[in-house]
Design a protein around this ligand. Structure first.
Ligand code: ADP
Length: 254
């Protein structure tokens, strides 16, 4: 009778099999722990605004009729918090969608993507963005997700750098890599924060971030899309101050 699986012939082969099985189990366990943590963090992030919303609904019920100013204040709060929750749910859906996604990469013109993406912003914002790109710049990528990466990084530069400061969006070649970089004149990031900004729910210094609305998921989504494009992303210091996010794409023909 023929064996379905090759029968290990020597003890070393049995040990190798056991080792690879153990490795597989460890990586599955790690993955499950990460997913568990993600669900716990997401629930926590949703619970906080929900508690506030319930508090204001109760306040409106108890005191809204005699105090019209409470109605105005609470409605403003409910409006802002429900918008924040909507944004969070959209980000969570994007993360879960990207986790399942596989992109088919094609030759796309990054110069064209940069120019058309920037044209999508208001004229006031467009005036702040310096575009430094060659006439054409072909890489293997998915155009729509590159647009999302660029918008994610531009939106952050607009959020965290001072109003009316300049943002530069450049394409450069380094050896066989094409680098798309977005640099701003904002506060930049400490070395410690640079290590964590791409993690899910990570927000730098609550005090500073709390003045700027956000979910801590924007750069995690950017990181996912970068990986789906077989690219790499790093963050460094801009001079004299600010951050530079650089996405490196591989050569068109490998
Ligand atoms: P969010 O903006 O929703 O907080 P992100 O994942 O986009 O989440 O960013 C994570 C953190 O990284 C932000 O809270 C912010 O403090 C920091 N950050 C992102 N982009 C920049 C930037 N261009 N300059 C300075 N800090 C930034």
């Amino acid at each position: 009778q023929q064996a379905l699986l090759p029968v290990p012939s020597a003890p070393t082969e049995v040990k190798q099999l056991a080792d690879s099985f153990n490795q597989l189990l460890t990586s599955l366990n790690d993955q499950m722990a990460r997913e568990h943590q993600f669900v716990a963090d997401a629930s926590h992030e949703l619970r906080t605004p929900l508690a506030g919303i319930r508090g204001h609904v109760s306040l409106l019920r108890r005191r809204g009729q005699e105090h019209p100013e409470i109605i105005a204040d609470s409605l403003k709060y409910l409006d802002e918090e429900s918008q924040r929750m909507q944004h969070l749910v959209e980000n969570l859906l994007a993360i879960s969608r990207n986790d399942q996604m596989k992109l088919s990469l094609q030759a796309v013109d990054l110069s064209d993507i940069v120019k058309t993406t920037v044209m999508g912003y208001t004229t006031e914002i467009q005036r702040r963005i310096q575009i430094q790109v060659p006439p054409t710049c072909l890489v293997l990528a998915d155009a729509e997700s590159v647009r999302q990466i660029l918008m994610g990084l531009l939106d952050n530069a607009l959020k965290y750098a001072p109003e009316s400061s300049n943002i530069t969006c450049a394409l450069t070649q380094q050896n066989d890599k094409i680098n798309l970089s977005i640099s701003d004149e904002g506060p930049g990031l400490t070395d410690e924060n640079k290590k964590h900004v791409f993690e899910r729910f990570y927000r730098v210094d609550e005090a500073r971030s709390s003045q700027v609305p956000g979910t801590g998921l924007g750069l995690a989504i950017v990181q996912q899309l970068v990986t789906l494009n077989h690219a790499k992303i790093i963050v460094a210091d801009n001079q004299p101050h600010g951050a530079i996010f650089t996405v490196s794409f591989g050569p068109l023909v490998s």
